[in-house]
Design a binder for this molecule. Structure first.
Ligand code: LM2
Ligand code: CA
Length: 467
């Protein structure tokens, strides 16, 4: 079936981390569709190794669509239910490697019973020892591209993606997903695959599906670091599609800990000289890897919401809103996960942030409001950018929207200058029912006291007259 067509005003990707197919389907109808999420990026759909930890998803045992998150028919049902709600599915494609090597030898079974070994036997694909790189040591030297691409990432058995046979198996797997109606792919660990191999896999996929390669959404995960080998830099992969811009997440964490309104080191510097071009950049405040590391996360308090509001209001890159679960240790799987399944997700109704509880960020008032904001200001230029004080700033999107952010610990009383037409607007960051409004005068200005760690978000599709 045909993909959901991309639309500039509906470009928000919601990462439904470790959420099972039934729950994603239900949420497409209930929340994602109605609120205007464009795409849901789901966790890897292929059969993985067994284990309750989330990261088992990143160790394929086969390409069968029978995983901890559901069966192939659950997956198919999710794709069609979401499509009917106007939401595309982006699948996380793990193609650099298969299951990790383990000591002791012997055969093991994936979550749906496919056998595999630590020495390259994956009969359900089938792959055998010859289809893997001969380097069996772990990657040590990020200054050497062949080490990074041909040796093992975290002991994971590294596919020889230069082989036509391997490219054929991977492209068959991706074709299967496209045939079921997925919109496209988040491609895992692309830095560990040579650009020529990624390009060859995509070309094969295009040939098999009869679709131009540039029409197939490919978001490549490449964690950049300028000190590393030139062949593994994010910009190398731009010919294949979008590329993750990890500067975004790390910069936001620094800026929100310092002064977001600083003219040189604050939010104004996002998307500058060394950044990926906006049309190619995939951005997020956090994802599942960074939330276990250094990024702003739900553990950061109100800065986390403010950073998400900025991301959704600003016009750099394609934004991803992350929705996972509260956890105690880095390895914790989804709430209730067993070695072979993840139960249905249920959203807390009491704002609970206890480990073992789903987050459901897509339902948070500020996130919902900002997704609506983004839709309303699509195509409009950033203007009226102004520093109103330390950690206080505001900007317009054309004459369609205005965002004021206060990342300081003091209330900030200001006359903000927007380009909005006169009117009484709902503050969509603060309330979902237009119970908090701001009156903008004929010259676009408005007076307001922005509470500490808060925001005012106004747009022309949410005013007293449109409500
Ligand atoms: C990714 N992007 O490139 C994912 O975003 C990231 O979450 C994946 O790592 C990684 N690439 C490989 O697909 C995760 C997790 C690792 C975990 C691997 C494989 O962050 O900790 O490694 O998935 O499941 C785990 C153990 C590690 C062990 C390995 C192999 O943590 O200690 O290495 O399995 O058994 C001996
Ligand atoms: Ca590799």
């Amino acid at each position: 079936s045909a993909p959901v067509s991309p639309s500039a005003s509906k470009d928000v990707i919601l990462i439904a981390f470790q959420t099972n197919w039934r729950s994603v389907a239900a949420e497409c109808t209930k929340t994602y569709g109605p609120e205007g999420v464009g795409y849901v990026e789901v966790s890897p759909p292929q059969e993985s190794i067994q284990g309750s930890q989330w990261w088992t998803s990143y160790q394929p045992a086969s390409y069968r669509l029978d995983s901890k998150l559901g069966s192939e028919s659950d997956f198919t049902n999710m794709v069609s239910t979401c499509k009917a709600a106007g939401v595309g599915i982006i699948a996380d494609a793990v193609i650099n490697h298969m299951a990790g090597a383990y000591s002791g030898g012997g055969e093991r079974q994936g979550v749906s019973g496919s056998p595999y070994t630590a020495d390259g036997s994956f009969p359900a694909v089938p792959y055998s020892k010859e289809n893997f790189h001969t380097c069996t040591s772990n990657i040590m030297n990020y200054g050497n591209a062949s080490d990074v691409q041909n040796c093992r990432l975290d002991a994971l058995q590294d596919l020889d993606t230069s082989q036509p046979y391997v490219q054929d198996k991977i492209s068959d797997y991706l074709k299967h997903l496209l045939d079921l109606g997925v919109y496209g792919f988040r491609v895992d660990a692309v830095k560990h695959i040579a650009n020529a191999d990624v390009a060859a896999i995509k070309t094969r996929l295009a040939q098999k599906t009869g679709r131009p390669a540039q029409d197939i959404f490919f978001e490549q995960e490449v964690i950049g670091s300028p000190s590393e080998a030139k062949e593994i830099q994010p910009s190398v992969y731009l010919g294949n599609g979008k590329v993750s811009e990890f500067r975004y997440s790390s910069s936001l964490a620094k800026m929100f800990a310092d002064d977001i309104a600083d003219e040189d080191t604050g939010l104004k510097s996002i998307g500058g000289k060394y950044w990926l071009p906006t049309s190619k950049a995939a951005v997020w405040v956090t994802n599942w890897d960074t939330e276990r590391d250094r990024a702003l996360t739900y553990k950061s308090g109100p800065s986390y919401l403010l950073a998400n509001a900025f991301m959704l209001a600003y016009d750099y890159g394609q934004p991803h809103v992350y929705s996972g679960y509260y956890f105690a240790t880095k390895d914790d799987g989804a709430p209730g996960a067993t070695a072979t399944s993840v139960p249905d997700a249920s959203c807390p109704t009491d704002g609970s942030m206890q480990p073992g509880t789903w987050q459901c960020a897509q339902r948070w008032t500020a996130i919902r409001g900002m997704i609506g904001f983004r839709k309303a200001v699509s195509g409009q230029k950033v203007r009226d950018w102004k520093r109103y004080g330390q950690n206080v700033l505001g900007f317009s999107r054309g004459s369609a929207g205005y965002l004021a952010l206060n990342n300081s610990s003091k209330p900030s009383q200001q006359t903000f200058r927007s380009s909005l037409p006169a009117g009484e607007y709902c503050n969509v960051y603060a309330s979902g029912d237009c119970s908090q409004t701001i009156k903008v005068s004929r010259d676009g200005s408005f007076q307001a006291t922005l509470p500490a760690h808060s925001a005012i978000a106004l747009h022309t599709s949410a005013s007293k007259s449109t409500w």
